[in-house]
Design a protein around this ligand. Sequence first.
Ligand code: ZN
Length: 320
Amino acid sequence: MDDAFRVSLGFFEDVRPNALANKHGNIHIAAMYTGMAMVILEFAWFCLAQADVFPEIGEPANETSPKAREDIPPGLSVLIQTVQSDGAQDAHLNAPIIPRDPHRHAAAHYLALLMMRFVWLHEIAHGALGHIDFLQSLKANGEGRSLGLNELSLNELVSIHPGIDGRVLQCLEFEADSWALSQSILIQLAGQENIDGIAALPADLRCRMTLFAIYSMSWLMETMSSTFIRGRLAITHPAPIRRMQMLQNMAVWELNDLGLDMPALTRQTLGMFQTVLGQIGAQWLQTDQFDPHRYRVIFEETQDQLAPLRYIVPEDAIRR
Ligand SMILES: [Zn+2]
């Protein structure tokens, strides 16, 4: 058996902000929907339009630090208006919030690229860490449907397949987040940044921007999936931010192992991200009392099941 890891990356033309991991034959697939790129850019614009976000970039006094439109999280304003207008030619759409300072405008593009990198790495991780093979091994006999991970409808996956425990899927998400986080940071520490504009930034700023991008992305994904599950983009309830809580812990573990004094760096970055959430509206800030200890046993069991299916060793290799 040829067990080399092969992955094909690409965009999928679809207005929905989604990403997926799957496998066709022995080729893994990691795809980002084009709608996701749009949402990411709009969110990054909103962040850099806030004077308190990376004030060392450009002239923050030029920014007006607007709050988000009521009940619509930034990143989703263009998408939601597009869906609601149902493609009507004469629809009047509100323009997204964009930074005024040219340096901050450029920085928003870099932030968007770092966010997209985290999504790609997360989807690649689902393949490389054996998650897709694991899900496909659970496929009921004779069922033609290929089982992959679709970021916006994890709950759907549970309901189409009774053999999948929702907590196991959550563990797969945490693993993929953890790997994508450490790879994102390693790129900076190893001097492997291949985007010139980002590589030209001071190392400390690059690291904090990377962390900020990861917090942003997890918050967006969590907000969007809980929104979409409620159906038709009707945003009326607070979104859980359990993924962000996990990520903050992971960032401290991963980065400490890399020999950096990270608690201060992650605290500072998370604090800055929370000023962005403050501009979005209190309804998006609630947590859901997630208790990681409840997941501990199932996480360990899942890791045992995944071990023979892995193409790469997960982060424990670095941690130990
Ligand atoms: Zn995922």
